[in-house]
Write a protein that binds this ligand. Structure first.
Ligand code: LHQ
Length: 299
């Protein structure tokens, strides 16, 4: 891949539809819950089984104010309940994913009264982080441009990350004398290891898309001009997959990351019992034997 303007480029398209995947599965047409879409600082759009949540304060690179944070919480929690949503994409409007907490609310420290006890304020972010991790379907962070501070760590909380090659991940906290929050200490150490997590947290240098892919901070980096198509392809592929198995896979992988082999394999048995009972599993076996692709319904 040629270099443009000295910038490192990413290799190319990600996650093309696999022939054996249930590409022919019809998009769900009925919703169990109807998602509110009239948000002030979010754009929420559903396309088939994919719900795209776009943080929308581009004039401040999608920095979080209280309204955007509570709207994001509401949208993510509603997506978890909505059976018509089978994959969630979290992204940012304009040239960035997000620039973290809106710094206007931090000026003057606690004495300004703008934010109160920080640990209390953080609990509102934690609610979003838990909602993402507990979502019984895949959540993708689609990152172009800057993902700084707590925006970066919300991207790390997602199940998969796709980045454009202009992405800039910045654990910006130490730049303003703070520690990583929003689960940053947890996610970073698990994704890149203790040594790299310390480096990124202390130096607060930016990690560009290609380097982020190299060190495992993102799953895939693609050229900016392919970013939207690649994000859609990945999200639609997941939305047409065995949604209930994906929820069980999240549980297995996240639990196994914290447990011993015995615990993991005990859990695997429990989860496989559940997966075995799903309509999608049973239909997929029949489809295999009939030499045709499965059509997953998410049930
Ligand atoms: C912003 C912001 C921003 C407001 C760009 N706020 N306006 C901590 C404590 C308590 C509770 C909860 O959480 C946290 C967690 C955190 O997230 S702490 C970390 C907060 N974030 C930062 O420290 C990052 C601050 N921003 C930057 O360092 C730069 O803007 C970055 C590196 C993100 C982007 O740089 P550039 O690409 O050069 O863009 P820019 O600096 O020119 O920004 C564009 C505009 O966005 C600019 O406004 P202007 O009116 O001049 O066009 C910035 O002031 C505004 N902006 N981040 N977080």
């Amino acid at each position: 891949m040629p270099q443009q303007g000295g910038r490192k480029r990413c290799r190319g398209r990600a996650w093309q539809e696999m022939p054996q995947q249930g590409g022919a599965s019809p998009a769900p047409t009925t919703k169990e819950h109807s998602m509110r879409t009239d948000f002030q600082h979010l754009i929420v759009k559903q396309d088939g089984g994919v719900l795209m949540i776009t943080m929308n304060r581009p004039e401040v690179l999608n920095a979080f104010n209280d309204i955007m944070l509570s709207e994001l919480t509401e949208a993510v929690e509603a997506a978890a309940q909505d059976e018509a949503v089978r994959c969630v994409v979290l992204t940012g409007a304009g040239r960035a994913f997000g620039s973290g907490q809106d710094l206007h609310s931090l000026a003057g420290g606690r004495s300004s009264g703008a934010i109160g006890a920080v640990s209390e304020h953080l609990k509102k972010y934690h609610r979003v982080v838990y909602a993402i991790r507990e979502m019984p379907k895949p959540v993708i962070a689609a990152v172009r441009g800057v993902a700084a501070g707590i925006s970066c760590n919300i991207a790390l909380a997602c199940d998969l990350r796709i980045a454009a090659d202009d992405a800039r991940f910045i654990e910006a906290f130490a730049r303003i004398g703070l520690v990583p929050d929003g689960g940053g200490g947890y996610f970073l150490t698990r994704l890149v290891g203790v040594g790299k997590a310390l480096e990124l947290s202390m130096l607060a240098d930016e990690v560009r898309g290609p380097e982020a892919e190299r060190i495992g901070l993102v799953n895939k980096c693609v050229p900016l001009e392919e970013f939207e198509d690649a994000t859609q392809a990945l999200a639609q592929r997941l939305a047409k997959g065995p949604t209930r198995a994906y929820a069980l896979i999240k549980k297995l992988i996240y639990t196994s990351a914290e447990s011993d082999l015995q615990t993991s394999m005990r859990l695997e048995g429990e989860l496989q019992d559940m997966a075995f009972e799903t309509e999608d599993h049973q239909n997929a076996v029949v489809a295999f034997l009939q030499k045709r692709p499965p059509e997953y319904k998410g049930r």
